[in-house]
Design a binder for this molecule. Structure first.
Ligand code: PEP
Ligand code: MG
Length: 694
């Protein structure tokens, strides 16, 4: 006996897993056999995966065929099941759960927002293994791969031409993506794998990406590790082009929502329309991921590294996102909403007050001029630094161009980058730091230099030591810095100097580069100031000696604290011992300031603590008047400085160098801060607390 009937899928979610499961359950109750057909495909009604593979959304027509003795009863029951909408509620998938939950991640863009969750599916494309049989198939597959890569390049170019004003400064990230597509580790090696392994393009590409993952795994530096996000995002784009699977579109979002995604690529950030997207949450990502850096330019709250946001948050959940603290509240109650509405108002008021002063000079209320500059890592951050009120770049970390490609960058690539920054910032100065990289940090496995792996890279062949041992790499960078120096106002700084001999050696290399430029008749700034990044305790001890040979000092507390306290700054097990307010650290800073002042050279500070609202009070009291910091900290620090009477701070902080412990220093400073700047410290809006404080 055979029954045939057409049935319509009328439930919101379509024939999803739960519905398919109920069909299979029903099928097991009858002796007759069920077959379901959509278009030309018919599948077994006892296989949940086969039913799902029919991909039947709401409105689909299905042909049910039942063969066997009890076919009629079975068919009637089946029809009832479809009509019951498989027990789904009217609101379907958009019914939010009412359970209140909290999560915490890394805040990367400040602000508070309240809105509905919208999942963005960025799940990985599934790739199956396929063996290629003959040369014809191999050639065809290589062609397909080339086309998918070309298509990815075109897509990236389209993103670049549609880039919004807010994130324009980050267009270079898209260039990086195009460069990754051309990288032999990705491109050539995938073609080799297709040829030699006789496998399909998707499979070969996945293998190449796994190999790059493997190479990056050896790198302990979080910054370089995050570049893997870029490799993943680019390869995912190629895989989608190969399989023809369209990703969820951001451009399609028309309601005001908070995006919840596993990860977002820089291209996604470029596509975001801030009139619809009120905030962003991601499972993965750290503070230094491109996505995190770029998202700050959107000026909407962003929290990353939530690990399981996409699992816990359901589409349509009501969310509170606090981009200042990283707190997320899912389905909050009315009291919590009211208190966050209040907090949001206060924050917005505070932000517009801070923003109003960002272009005013950082002058204390008793008339002392303090200089505030920005630390940057990429050319793309320059615009944002200027817009946030930086009076120059106090630290350009030049490592980025050395990390994104397998080979060292050539002189012209460096000149192009450096001269653009010089021009953008002029007449204000740019302090350009020479390469601060460890030999084991190089991303390649097969470059001669990158091959050696050190057990203790923080104490190994890094930074100036590396440059002095790899003279050609060093000289190429020095030539580029000197040649770009004619476009603006550069200061040159050598990192990790531990003794006078080393500094003089670095200066000798610089002189020899100058002589060769002279011989070639190439212009450069002969008077370029040459300074030292003071970040090793031996340098603080002999700061008086070094000061006689340097044009300026910049104190790098990030490393100074690590080396002074013997605490690995990247090791979470000892993070609580990384104490920026340790009396030894304060005394070292003071010693350097005194040595610089006695010799009449500029002393500034460019470690992370410069952007910390409590630390800045101590640093001002120790005699520092120039700081370089994280761009996001500039407006608040400027506002604080404009409200501070410097003489009184110095008076009140006398005796700070005698305090015995970090805890005593912190409670002392907090008390003073609350009395000197009650409005700021009452609000507790400290976004950039240095690691280890509080
Ligand atoms: C420092 O060490 O304080 C510094 C400014 O440099 P980096 O954080 O790049 O090591
Ligand atoms: Mg350093």
């Amino acid at each position: 006996m055979e029954e045939l009937r057409s049935i319509k899928v009328i439930n919101e979610l379509g024939m999803h897993a739960h519905a398919a499961g109920q069909i299979v359950e029903l099928a097991y109750k009858y002796r007759a056999k069920l077959f379901l057909r959509k278009d030309s495909r018919e599948v077994d009604g006892l296989s949940i995966l086969s039913i799902l593979s029919l991909a039947c959304p709401k409105g689909s027509e299905i042909k049910a065929r039942i063969v066997g003795v009890d076919a009629k009863e079975f068919m009637d029951d089946l029809e009832r099941l479809f009509k019951s909408k498989f027990g789904e509620t009217e609101q379907g998938k958009y019914q939010p759960r009412k359970k209140i939950m909290k999560m915490k991640g890394f805040p990367v863009s400040p602000g508070i927002t309240i809105g509905k969750a919208h999942h963005l599916d960025r799940s990985k494309t599934t790739i199956f293994y396929r063996k290629l049989i003959n040369k014809k198939e191999i050639d065809k597959e290589i062609n397909r791969f080339r086309q998918a890569v070309d298509m990815a390049k075109e897509q990236i170019q389209t993103f670049k031409s549609n880039i919004t004003e807010q994130v324009k400064g980050y267009a270079f990230v898209l260039d990086t993506h195009s460069m990754i597509l051309d990288d032999s580790l990705l491109f050539d090696s995938t073609i080799q794998r297709i040829k030699k392994g006789k496998v399909n393009a998707g499979w070969a590409l996945k293998k190449s990406v796994n190999n790059i993952h493997h190479l990056f795994k050896k790198v302990e530096d979080e910054y370089i590790g995050r570049r893997m996000d870029d490799v993943d995002s680019v390869s995912e784009r190629v895989l989608r082009n190969l399989t023809g699977v369209e990703p969820d579109s951001l451009a399609g979002i028309k309601k005001e929502v908070i995006i919840v995604a596993h990860s977002l690529s820089p291209c996604d950030i470029v596509e975001i329309n801030v009139s619809h997207v009120m905030g962003i949450l991601t499972d993965v990502g750290g503070r230094t991921s491109h996505m995190a850096i770029m998202s700050e330019a959107l000026e909407i709250p962003v929290v990353v590294g939530l690990e399981s946001a996409t699992e816990i948050i359901v589409d349509g959940d009501l969310l509170i996102v606090d981009g200042n603290t990283g707190d997320i509240i899912i389905n909050p109650g009315p009291d919590t909403i009211a208190s966050y509405e209040e907090k949001r108002k206060r924050y917005n008021k505070y932000k517009s007050a801070v923003d109003r002063v960002r272009h005013l000079p950082a002058e204390t209320s008793d008339g002392h001029k303090i200089t505030i500059k920005a630390n940057i890592e990429f050319l793309g951050e320059t615009k944002s630094a200027i817009e946030n009120g930086a009076e120059g770049i106090g630290l350009y970390r030049t490592e980025y161009l050395y990390m994104i490609k397998k080979d060292f960058p050539d002189e012209q690539t460096l000149i192009d980058d450096y001269s653009q920054i010089a021009k953008m910032v002029a007449p204000n100065p740019v302090t350009i730091r020479t390469l601060d990289i460890a030999s084991d940090k190089m991303m390649t496995s097969d470059s001669e230099i990158g091959a050696s792996k050190e057990d203790n890279p923080a104490l190994g062949l890094r930074s100036i030591r590396f440059c002095l041992s790899e003279r050609n790499v060093f000289k190429t960078q020095l030539r580029a810095i000197l040649r770009a120096s004619v476009y603006g106002n550069f200061r040159l700084m050598f990192p990790m100097i531990s003794g006078l001999g080393q500094f003089l050696e670095a200066k000798r290399v610089l002189k020899s580069v100058m002589r060769s430029l002279d011989r070639e008749g190439i212009e450069y700034n002969r008077e370029i100031p040459v300074g030292i990044l003071i970040e090793i305790p031996s340098a603080t001890s002999i700061a008086d000696i070094l000061a006689r040979h340097a044009d300026f000092f910049s104190i790098g507390t990030n490393d100074l604290i690590q080396y002074a306290l013997a605490i690995d700054r990247d090791n979470e097990h000892v993070a609580h011992l990384y104490e920026p307010f340790h009396p030894a650290v304060l005394r070292m800073i003071h010693q350097v300031v005194e040595a610089g002042n006695n010799e009449g050279i500029d002393v500034s500070l460019c470690g992370e603590i410069a952007g910390d609202p409590l630390a800045i009070l101590i640093l001002l009291s120790l005699g520092l008047e120039e700081f370089s910091m994280n761009i996001g900290s500039i407006p608040l620090i400027k506002k604080m400085i404009r409200m501070l009477p410097l003489r009184e701070v110095r008076d009140q902080f006398k005796g700070i160098l005698q305090l015995p412990t970090s805890e005593k220093v912190e409670s002392f400073v907090l008390k003073k801060a609350q009395s000197l700047l009650p409005n700021i410290f009452k609000e507790g809006v400290f976004r950039y607390r240095a690691v280890g404080i509080g």
